[in-house]
Design a protein around this ligand. Structure first.
Ligand SMILES: NC(=O)C1=CN([C@@H]2O[C@H](COP(=O)(O)OP(=O)(O)OC[C@H]3O[C@@H](n4cnc5c(N)ncnc54)[C@H](O)[C@@H]3O)[C@@H](O)[C@H]2O)C=CC1
Ligand SMILES: O=C(O)CCC(=O)C(=O)O
Length: 460
């Protein structure tokens, strides 16, 4: 859409104030949502150089619209526990932006889930999904249900109740959920079963992260962790360096952490430590990822149990102390704001050279700035952990085509997606005057794709 020259000039002169004015508006509209405001602030800071080059985004109110979700669905989830007592949880689905494709993003079951956390995740997801280059919009959902200590049947009943309500709002071309914290292949199986039961059909493309034996993509389970390591390898390559011979620490011991460790080891590094929400293990001989898989994927045990199987390994209470373990590369793969400024200072003091965010927003704003100020290579979550959703989009394609790719085919495509994301971030950072700053690069590259589509689709 052509904008008159005098209007364009006036808009360009407003470019600097625009970001500030819209942030104040977002703050006013979401006063108690600290995680959402944190995510918005980081994106807004990065976008400062964009608007003088693109006054059409001001004219079309893109920043005002891109920070307001298309819709937020909140619902009651009532279910019966094993004693017959009725329990009530709250369910959420934030459908943030579908300018590039159906809403797409995980479901989180964790007691901390609330509106702010759901909105920050769905907002981030919108840019992340854009970076993958695939036709997917941004969404996220979940519940404050705590799966810890629940029986398999309780998890099934809760999940069925959750989907009974959510099924009204999702679909293969509408909104495609997947897993996140507390939601894996088992929970996706229960969701898929209940959805098909309600709809009376078999709609393979409505969830991703399904079991590869029935509709899932090979390589999805590994994709976020592997993708994160591929991304960090790209950052290292730029500096003629690699994972080979490096020491690594990985926080968490869930889906993302396990496969980040597996790939880092495969590329020749030694993983010294990983954690869960209680504490961390340190193994000077290098973490044996098969033991971690057994404990976490099959036995549902705390990470502490690892030391029973590995002589020389130690366990320490307190998950954030993991950052005190000296390493070359740190991969925070557990949860938001798990790595603070003081932790970043310790890592820097110990000589860390690269940090890749496997989790969503695991580093606080202050920690990120400190890493960057000290020349640490920093891979932001939107880019570094996009491999999971990228393979989810591949699962959607395979479901539509009614065929399955081999694990090698998926892995090749994943590597290519991660390389392309790295290049887009690198190039956007250069083009907008922040060479080497992949936070700025990721935010600008993701934003431009979504914003262009929003302009094309008109104001709504
Ligand atoms: N699963 C996926 O494909 C993707 C996940 N992510 C993000 O990665 C992070 C981890 O997700 P998943 O591995 O899927 O979840 P998960 O439920 O499989 O594992 C989470 C792990 O983190 C541990 N944990 C929780 N709080 C902790 C803390 N404060 N310190 C240390 N450990 C802690 C838990 O004990 C568990 O081992 C989340 O931020 C999620 O949003 C991002 C992209 C895709
Ligand atoms: O695979 C997906 O659709 C979602 C993955 C996800 O939740 C994330 O990237 O944070």
């Amino acid at each position: 859409m052509e904008i008159a020259r005098d209007v364009k000039g006036e808009l360009k002169s407003r470019a600097n104030d625009y970001v500030h004015e819209v942030y104040e508006l977002v703050k006013k509209r979401n006063p108690d949502e600290k995680e959402f405001l944190q995510a918005a602030r980081e994106v807004f800071d990065s976008l400062r150089p964009v608007f003088s080059k693109h006054p059409e985004f001001i004219y079309n109110g893109i920043l005002e619209r891109i920070t307001e979700p298309d819709r937020v669905i909140t619902f009651r989830v009532a279910w019966e526990d094993d004693t017959g007592k009725v329990q009530v949880n709250r369910g959420f689905r934030v459908q943030f932006n579908n300018s590039l494709g159906p809403y797409k993003g995980g479901i989180r079951f964790h007691p901390t889930v609330n509106s702010s956390i759901m909105k920050f995740l769905a907002f981030e997801q919108t840019f992340k999904n854009a970076l993958t280059g695939q036709p997917i919009g941004g969404g996220k959902g979940g519940s404050d249900f705590d799966p810890k200590g629940k029986s398999n049947r309780e998890i099934m009943r809760f999940t069925q109740s959750f989907i009974t309500e959510l099924s009204k709002y999702i679909g293969a071309d509408m909104d495609v959920p997947a897993g996140d914290i507390g939601v894996g292949k088992r929970e996706i199986g229960y969701m898929f079963g209940q959805y098909n039961r309600l709809k009376g059909g078999y709609e393979a493309g409505v969830f991703t992260g399904k079991d590869p034996n029935h509709g899932g993509s090979l390589g999805r389970k590994e994709a976020t962790g592997y993708g994160c390591v591929y991304f960090v390898e790209e950052m290292l390559k730029e500096k003629s360096n690699s994972f080979k011979g490096k020491t690594v620490i990985v926080s968490g011991s869930g889906n993302v952490a396990i496969y980040a460790m597996e790939k880092a080891i495969e590329l020749g590094s030694k993983v010294l430590a990983c954690s869960d929400s209680n504490g961390y293990i340190y193994d000077p001989n290098g973490i044996d990822v098969e033991t971690v898989k057994q404990l976490k994927e099959f036995d549902n045990k705390r990470i502490q149990e690892y030391i029973k199987f590995h002589k020389g390994a130690t366990y320490s209470e307190g998950c954030t102390d993991i950052w005190k373990v000296p390493c070359d590369i740190a991969l925070p793969c557990a949860t938001q704001n798990e790595l603070e400024e003081k932790d970043a200072a310790i890592l820097i003091g110990n000589g860390v050279i690269a940090v890749g965010e496997g989790a969503n927003m695991p580093c606080t704003e202050e920690a990120v700035l400190l890493f960057q100020a000290n020349g640490v290579l920093f891979g932001p979550a939107k880019a570094a952990n996009a491999g999971g959703v990228a393979v989810s989009a591949m699962e959607m394609s395979q479901n539509s085509m009614r065929l399955s790719w081999t694990v090698e085919e998926v892995d090749e495509k994943l590597k290519l997606v991660m390389r392309n994301i790295y290049e887009s971030c690198h190039n956007a950072a250069n083009n907008f005057g922040h060479p080497g700053n992949l936070v700025v690069g990721a935010n600008i590259a993701g934003f431009l794709k979504v914003a262009d589509a929003m302009v094309a689709h008109g104001v709504h």
